[in-house]
Design a protein around this ligand. Structure first.
Ligand SMILES: C[S@@+](CC[C@H](N)C(=O)[O-])C[C@H]1O[C@@H](n2cnc3c(N)ncnc32)[C@H](O)[C@@H]1O
Ligand code: SF4
Length: 367
């Protein structure tokens, strides 16, 4: 593909994403009961993981019923309406077929953004996958929770920092040629808070963004509703101190939504983070089951990342039938009644697809 064809393709994907955002946002005002197609997919590829992170429920979850490669290949054509695909886990690279799934999703869906979050330890497999699928829409997120001692302690596995940084070191020189983007997901905890400057320098040395986040509970433990089980911060006794430490540090993702989207992305990201830390769980106009679809590794479609109540399973029904079912409508009612959560990325995307860009647009009383 020539540079100009690739550029045109990128413009087309971006135009499609922004059109979908505009349509969802305006229809949300004109006819709030209208349900768009899913535009953002949170797709959990497996709960398997070689790490033992203190904060994470994934490695405790049953993990022997993941969709097979063939089932993924049957699912992917049903996901053509997605602008943004997030490939998550568990550890996506615990699957030997991860690169095949990425390549097929890129070929068939051709999304605006494909974001994959990894612990970065499967160095060879990750480098090979990026070599195969790297393009400007690919955002690779490698999680590093602090400097070596902090990270290895939090991940529960010796040498995990060395493995993740080795991966970043090998990927860094490939960025310019392939055009993909890299970010380090950095969890801000009482231990890592004093390491922000060193982490910023580390990320810069790889040409990566440093993207701060806070650990919450419940997280990936199959809980059913924030109403029964409200989320709270963990590993962080003083969230305000974290906010102060992060203030004016120019962190965050430049690349969550690239270029023209950059300024808006920064505004939205920063504000959500500040609001969450100051106010705790936020009620917002959530787009779960409207623009956002969330799938577990065994094909279950669930309400959202916090409320794992099942809506259907793509092993039993096409996604479009699940999306238009009475069960999905009941799930949407759960979302409307939700007291709120600390899922910053869902909040940010909800603002974009719901057209709710400024904090003044928040309407916590809306159901
Ligand atoms: C669940 S992991 C899955 C991908 C991969 N295994 C990894 O570690 O990057 C996705 C992201 O969630 C973060 N995470 C872990 N525990 C968390 C928690 N309790 N709250 C919020 N994020 C958490 C990880 O640091 C990582 O950046
Ligand atoms: S955060 Fe990632 S690496 Fe850590 S246990 Fe969870 S899935 Fe594994």
């Amino acid at each position: 593909m020539t540079a100009s064809t690739s550029h045109l393709r990128k413009l087309r994907q971006r135009a499609r994403a922004w059109r979908n955002m505009a349509v969802s946002a305006s229809m949300d005002r004109l006819r709030p009961s209208w349900v768009p197609g899913p535009h953002v997919g949170y797709l959990l590829t497996t709960f398997r993981c070689n790490m033992r992170c203190a904060s994470c429920g994934a490695w405790h979850a049953p993990n022997d019923d993941d969709l097979t490669t063939a089932e993924w290949f049957e699912l992917i054509p049903q996901l053509r309406s997605l602008d943004i695909i997030k490939l998550l886990g568990g550890e996506p690279f615990a699957r030997p077929d991860m690169a095949d799934i990425m390549a097929e999703a890129r070929r068939v869906i051709d999304p605006y953004i494909m974001q994959l979050t990894t612990n970065g330890t499967a160095t060879d497999a990750i480098v090979e996958a990026v070599q195969r699928v790297g393009w400007p829409g690919l955002q690779l997120r490698v999680s590093i929770d602090g400097l070596e001692a902090t990270h290895d302690r939090q991940r529960g596995v010796a040498s995990s920092f060395a493995m993740a940084t080795k991966t970043l070191e090998l990927l860094a020189p490939m960025q310019e040629r392939l055009g993909f983007h890299m970010g380090i997901n950095f969890s801000v905890t009482d231990r890592s808070i004093g390491e922000i400057d060193e982490m910023k320098a580390l990320a810069a040395s790889f040409g990566a963004d440093l993207i701060p986040g806070v650990n919450v509970s419940p997280f990936l433990d199959g809980s059913t509703s924030p109403a029964e089980n409200p989320q709270h911060f963990v590993l962080l006794d003083n969230p305000r101190r974290a906010l102060e430490a992060l203030q004016d540090r120019e962190l965050g993702t430049k690349l969550q939504l690239p270029r023209i989207d950059h300024a808006m992305g920064r505004l939205i990201t920063g504000d959500v983070f500040r609001q969450e830390i100051l106010q705790g769980s936020l009620r917002f106009r959530c787009r779960a089951l409207k623009d956002i679809v969330y799938m577990l590794p065994d094909g279950r479609i669930i309400v959202c990342g916090v409320d794992h109540s099942p809506i259907g399973n793509i092993r039993e029904q096409p996604l479009s039938d699940i999306w238009n079912s009475a069960t999905a409508q009941a799930g949407r009612a759960r979302v409307a009644a939700c007291p709120g959560c600390l899922q910053a990325s869902i909040h940010i995307l909800s603002r974009l697809y719901g057209g709710c860009i400024s904090p003044a647009c928040q309407d916590p009383t809306r159901t």
